[in-house]
Ligand binder design. Structure first.
Ligand code: LMR
Length: 403
């Protein structure tokens, strides 16, 4: 029956991470997947999460189904983190927020909702964008296009071209924007660019779909969410996919949220109902454990403070590693390329390394980056950063050679 099923080509991020796990070399360095490792190269279990986990273990509770929309305390905490506890739209009950299976689950649920209720709308994603954006939206039946974003010559943003392209979109188009720590480039809009873009979205009657997978990894929890709040303040129709994978280090628990900001509370109830239907038709209802961990931390003032401190330490460590590799590459790579390690923000740097150079880093030095040249800077640490810098210097000095 299945003889015509073709082999899966694999995913450019997750399959590479699996290749890394299988690599027997002891000097290997994983800079591929967007996962934060600490300075000892370990995946952190945050202390506030450990405290809630320990308290959950005190009473083994029955495992009922959660409501389709998810854990109530989690939904409220996730919404407050994204929009701010006292945001007008939140106080007015105008935001429909649901628990989802990670940020990817939020994208999929929203994609199904959009396909069903705005079937003529197409989506525009940045060029480039996270590899899975196109896959998720196309799989839901939505046509995916792109708008100009990254400038490979400068390592910065093509803001004018981006704004002009968005200014020419048909009404009711969906524009996917990254709130902070753009994946894969590490290049974000600054405050004045958001301020310039928002009236364009309004004038053209577009829907902003913000993906915020890295809140807290850029400039801070509030700063990273500022554009979301600005969009909501301006009354732009707004969808937000958010995630606790990175900022709670809870990747495998699949803790995400989807929020849709509506005109009024009655509309929000209808939208919530249809999003709930999208969840029911995909996986029925979400799991409990991760939601309890997140809600437990965010509802307790001292655990929340501990979490915020630990997150700040993670953010600072990434910045320190950026400085360190930037220093280590001095004199070894072109200055325009070297500056990117400092100027780009969050977990990723778009190194400008060619596919061939990336292959050589993997084959000759056991260092894994995406073939697009994306490096997860959060995989660098005091023990491996000099080794990585010297390996990059060697492939940059001799771009064609196979040693
Ligand atoms: C990444 O971009 O590496 C992460 O978001 C992990 C993933 O699922 O692709």
């Amino acid at each position: 029956m299945f003889e015509n099923v073709p082999a899966y080509a694999g995913d450019p991020i997750l399959s590479l991470n699996e290749d890394f796990q299988r690599d027997p070399r002891t000097n290997k360095v994983n800079l591929s997947i967007g996962v934060y490792f600490d300075d000892a190269g370990r995946l952190p279990v945050m202390s506030a999460v450990q405290a809630v986990e320990a308290s959950l273990l005190q009473t083994v509770s029955p495992r009922s189904y959660l409501p389709m929309a998810g854990h109530t305390g989690y939904r409220d905490a996730a919404q407050a983190l994204v929009f701010g506890a006292n945001h007008d739209a939140r106080v007015a009950g105008r935001i429909a927020t649901l628990q989802t299976l990670g940020g990817s689950g939020a994208l999929k649920v929203a994609a199904d909702f959009l396909h069903r209720h705005l079937p003529a709308s197409q989506i525009w994603i940045s060029d480039p964008s996270w590899e899975n954006h196109r896959v998720v939206f196309e799989s839901a039946g939505i046509t995916v296009n792109s708008y100009p974003y990254y400038d490979p010559d400068t390592g910065g943003l093509r803001f004018d071209a981006m704004r002009d392209a968005i200014d020419a979109l048909p009404e009711r188009s969906v524009v996917l924007l990254h709130a902070c720590c753009h994946n894969p480039t590490g290049v974000d809009l600054d405050r004045s660019q958001w301020t310039e873009l928002i009236p364009v979205l309004q004038r053209r009657k577009l829907i902003a779909f913000v993906d915020m997978a890295y809140q807290g990894f850029g400039d801070g929890l509030e700063e990273d969410a500022a554009c979301v709040r600005q969009l909501a303040d301006a009354g732009v129709p707004l969808i937000v996919a958010s995630s606790f994978s990175k900022n709670f280090s809870l990747y495998g628990e699949r803790c995400g949220a989807l929020s849709v900001v509506c005109r009024d509370a009655e509309q929000a109830q209808r939208v919530l109902g249809q999003l709930t239907f999208a969840i029911r038709s995909n996986y029925s209802s979400p799991p409990t454990h991760g939601a309890k961990l997140v809600a437990g931390v965010l509802s307790d003032a001292s655990l929340r403070a501990a979490w915020e401190n630990e997150l700040a330490t993670m953010r600072q460590r990434i910045k320190a590693m950026r400085g360190k590799i930037h220093g280590g590459l001095a004199g070894h790579v072109d200055e325009v390329l070297r500056e990117r390690y400092q100027s780009q923000v969050g977990m990723f740097t778009y190194t400008g390394l060619s596919e061939q150079q990336v292959d050589r880093l993997r084959d000759e030095h056991a260092i894994y980056l995406l073939r697009s040249g994306r490096m997860c800077v959060a995989g660098l640490n005091q023990q491996n950063v000099d080794y990585v810098a010297s390996a990059i210097a060697s492939v940059a000095a001799n771009p064609g050679a196979k040693e």
